[in-house]
Write a protein that binds this ligand. Structure first.
Ligand code: SF4
Length: 507
């Protein structure tokens, strides 16, 4: 039992509360279904995050860290706000509890990339299953102690679109968007006994209101920018203009992570190369100025980039990209410094329709040509492109699929991996009309495209994974185990492809 009696306890779903040393570990840990045995999840893929003797998580998901720091800045006492883990949560709950803040990026398993996994692997997503278990485990304590549950995070839109399910899970308030402006007042209202609204929406990125984190962030995520504004209709950041956090705050967050023993960090941005920019134009001086300052923080090995845009890459010359690459390798050079970029489709027309801002300042250019140019530039500069495709975008034709296949065949001859995912709308009306892509809608050409991507990934992803883990200090034994598991996964995926091909042939 913890010695703390906090009024506010903050916790993320169990997949986000795992102890991941590298971004790849986090991605794999949060996309698994129950086709992977639970003991393997808990032991190997998503081991529990430790807590200190008072129940505070050693590292917590960045969104909860920002909630914590916003509350502390509002005057809440440190002892009254605790970021913890699902395992330690029960020991912190009691008559003193007023609010449990819960965060999840995919609480109902509706996120596009995760629903693709369900289609292929079957079972239930652990994000959804463990969310349900955690919230149900609170039901009895909630009845006895009368606290409120406020649910937010990247997947809050799923709860907002399914209010009945949210109520079944005991959620009192769904909070969509960034916390800093409306969140502290909401929490004060609840503490004062006032009835909160069932749904709060914050549409602005609020980067100027972000406060430095008070403890390490999970995977060492360092938030550089918020929002994106490229207008992709399937993305919650599509209509949120990009705003940047000031360098002083970023450096402070970086030092907090280093002090907690985290040496490999991850950039938190929808478009890394656009740091410091306004609109779609990159700002090389602002980006490299920040990286120069980050580089001076001692004790770091490298920073993994999560997302970037093809149109941002193409605004930089080879020399500039090489300079960024140089600035990103601190202690230990990473062989595969990968960057995730969305292709979506090779069709210029389809991408223009669904992602109007993706071309940035290159409107009117051929999209497939831009993709190939970005792959070439990135590789020459020492980055490793990790692309994503979307299958089944509304209006997709057979010609579009064939064009994307040709693009993938080109990319297969380069050093890049490609993750295809099934289209899943975020607009409730489209969901109700069944606009999402599923296995039952798959044509033979889709399957061929999907398989082509995965055959590339089977070859290259294990190398990326091992390299990232080694740079992040993951033990040799764990790396070997993960590689062995990866080999059996490859066999399973090939068998799945065979089964689906037979199903398509029969239908
Ligand atoms: S470019 Fe990426 S982050 Fe930006 S709106 Fe499109 S999908 Fe979202």
């Amino acid at each position: 039992m913890s010695s703390l009696r906090p009024a506010i306890v903050l916790v993320a779903d169990r997949t986000l509360s795992g102890q991941y040393r590298a971004l790849f570990e986090g991605i794999f840990g949060t996309m698994q279904t129950t086709s992977v045995p639970e003991f393997m999840m808990r032991r190997l893929l998503s081991p529990r995050q430790p807590t200190d003797e008072s129940g505070r998580a050693t590292a917590a998901v960045l969104g909860l860290r920002r909630v914590e720091s916003a509350l502390l800045a509002e005057g809440f006492a440190r002892a009254d706000v605790v970021c913890t883990t699902p395992e330690t949560l029960p020991s912190l709950i009691g008559p003193w509890t007023k609010i449990v803040g819960f965060s999840s990026s995919d609480p109902l398993g509706l996120a596009m990339s995760n629903s693709t996994t369900v289609n292929f692997c079957g079972g239930r997503l652990y994000t959804e299953l463990w969310t349900q278990r955690l919230l149900e485990s609170l039901a009895d304590a909630k009845r006895r102690h009368g606290f409120s549950i406020v649910a937010g995070g990247g997947g809050a839109w799923q709860l907002a679109q399914n209010p009945q399910r949210a109520r079944q899970l005991g959620i009192d308030v769904i909070f969509e968007g960034f916390f800093e402006r409306q969140g502290p007042a909401l929490f004060l209202d609840i503490l004062a006994g006032r009835t909160p609204p069932a749904h709060v929406v914050e549409s602005q990125p609020l980067a100027a209101l972000a406060k430095p984190i008070a403890g390490a962030s999970a995977m060492g995520v360092i938030e550089l920018s918020r929002g994106c504004g490229k207008g992709c209709e399937f993305c919650t950041s599509g209509h949120r203009a990009m705003e940047h956090l000031p360098p002083a705050l970023i450096l402070q967050d970086l030092r907090t992570n280093v002090a907690a023993g985290i040496s490999a960090v991850v950039s938190g941005s929808e478009d890394f190369f656009r740091y410091g920019s306004t609109g779609s134009r990159v700002n090389f001086a602002a980006l490299t100025g920040l990286l120069e300052q980050m580089r001076r923080v001692e004790g770091l090995s490298f920073m993994q980039i999560d997302h970037a845009n093809i149109s941002s890459v193409l605004q930089l010359g080879l020399g500039e990209l090489r300079e960024v690459r140089r600035l990103l390798s601190w202690g230990r050079a990473s062989e595969y410094l990968w960057v995730n970029m969305g292709i979506e489709s090779a069709s210029t027309e389809l991408v223009t329709r669904h992602c109007p801002g993706k071309f940035g300042p290159f409107a009117g250019r051929d999209w497939a040509g831009m993709v190939l140019e970005s792959a070439d530039l990135m590789q020459q500069a020492g980055f490793f492109p990790v692309y994503s495709l979307i299958l089944g975008l509304p209006g997709e034709t057979l010609t579009d699929i064939e064009q994307t296949q040709r693009l993938v065949d080109h990319l297969a001859r380069t050093q890049a991996v490609i993750f295809p995912i099934f289209y899943e709308p975020i607009v409730p009306e489209s969901r109700q009309q069944g606009a999402g892509f599923t296995l039952s809608k798959m044509r033979p050409e889709h399957l061929r495209l999907f398989q082509s991507c995965y055959e590339i990934n089977f070859r290259l992803v294990p190398r990326l994974f091992a390299d990232n883990q080694a740079c992040a200090g993951v033990s040799w034994a764990k790396r070997t185990l993960v590689q062995m598991l990866g080999k059996s996964e490859v066999m399973l995926w090939r068998r799945r492809f065979g089964r689906i091909a037979r199903q398509i042939a029969k239908s």
